[in-house]
Ligand binder design. Structure first.
Ligand code: HEC
Length: 113
């Protein structure tokens, strides 16, 4: 059920993405929108409040020690798991590309501060 609801939301977002592209908005913005939705549904449960030390979204202090690893390493750790971070946040149905979009959104929230 959950997965189906998510698929429907992602399909809706694909529509939004096409709309944004048609309006001339950047692919980056569209990716962030999809990433935000993936995070909301799969990652916020830990990353909103810092459960088990999960770096809180938008908290640049908590991310500062991690950013140095580089985006690729962070994405790869989110996929395979790292310490108390379970592989794909425990949502094995998420694709690697979806994790990439989710991490992209998380990182965008630090840079915008
Ligand atoms: C069950 C709780 C939980 C969920 C759900 C979760 N995370 Fe995490 N995450 C953690 C914890 C805890 C850490 C810190 C791990 C450590 O360094 O010990 C972490 C760390 C990370 C890091 C930093 C990795 C690094 O190398 O420093 C990234 C990126 C990340 N999570 C992305 C995600 C994404 C994307 C999702 C959703 C698909 C997600 N997480 C869902 C608990 C969670």
């Amino acid at each position: 059920m959950r997965l189906n609801a998510m698929s429907i939301r992602l399909l809706t977002l694909s529509g939004v993405l096409l709309f944004l592209t048609a309006c001339g908005d950047s692919q980056r913005e569209a990716n962030l929108l999809v990433g935000q939705e993936i995070v909301k549904q799969n990652c916020k449960v830990c990353h909103a409040q810092g459960i088990n030390g999960a770096p809180i979204i938008g908290n640049s202090k908590m991310w500062s020690s991690r950013i140095g690893k580089g985006r690729d390493a962070l994405v790869s750790n989110a996929i395979t798991g790292n310490g108390l971070m379970p592989p794909k946040g425990g949502k094995s149905a998420l694709t690697d590309a979806e994790i990439d979009l989710a991490v992209g959104y998380m990182l965008s929230q630090i840079n915008s501060q």
